[in-house]
Ligand binder design. Structure first.
Ligand code: ZN
Length: 171
């Protein structure tokens, strides 16, 4: 495994709509492994392929319960309830903002073996999935956030959230 170089704003790839993955093959599995390693090395709790320079629809998430890899993720927002919480992003160092997100989502896609995957996520996990799938559509959290602010390196995170297991997480 290897850590990959993070793309930071204003890298154009962060604004592109990523292409669907045609086949979950060894190359994609290697990419997912490297993305997980890169996420951990950066103390992130989520990472999308465009953030490491690959414009394909693949994301990894780990809020402390182990890594979840999703290829070609599709989200369905469940219920009407939304929650406002603080987010950060590994691609936008030193910036946080408050974003309204659905409290519960259904995630469909393929796992790292190419098998169909379907899971329901709530709270922080639901938030991270929404943030990561936004990346695949070229959307950054700062597009949606209120009170966007500069933070110190200690406060910085990809997905800082009060309900999160760690202070200062980034996605
Ligand atoms: Zn992000």
């Amino acid at each position: 495994m290897a850590t990959l170089e993070l793309k930071l704003v204003p890298a154009p790839i962060l604004r592109q709509k990523a292409r669907p993955v045609a086949q979950v093959d060894a190359r994609i599995r290697r990419l997912l492994e490297d993305m997980v390693e890169t996420m951990y090395a950066s103390q992130g709790i989520g990472l999308a392929a465009p953030q490491v320079g690959i414009s394909q629809r693949a994301i990894v998430v780990d809020i402390g319960d182990g890594p979840i890899c999703v290829v070609n993720p599709k989200l369905t927002l469940l219920g009407e309830e939304e929650e406002l919480a603080t987010e950060g992003c590994l691609s936008i160092p030193g910036v946080q903002g408050d974003v309204w997100r659905s409290l519960e989502v259904l995630v469909r896609g393929l796992d790292e073996q190419g098998r169909p995957l379907k899971l329901q996520a709530q709270g922080l996990l639901a938030r991270v999935f929404q943030h990561e799938v936004d990346h695949l559509d070229g959307v950054l959290f700062t597009d949606k956030a209120s009170d966007v602010r500069q933070v110190t390196p200690e406060e910085d995170s990809e997905m800082a959230s009060e309900e999160g297991p760690l202070p200062g997480q980034q996605v």
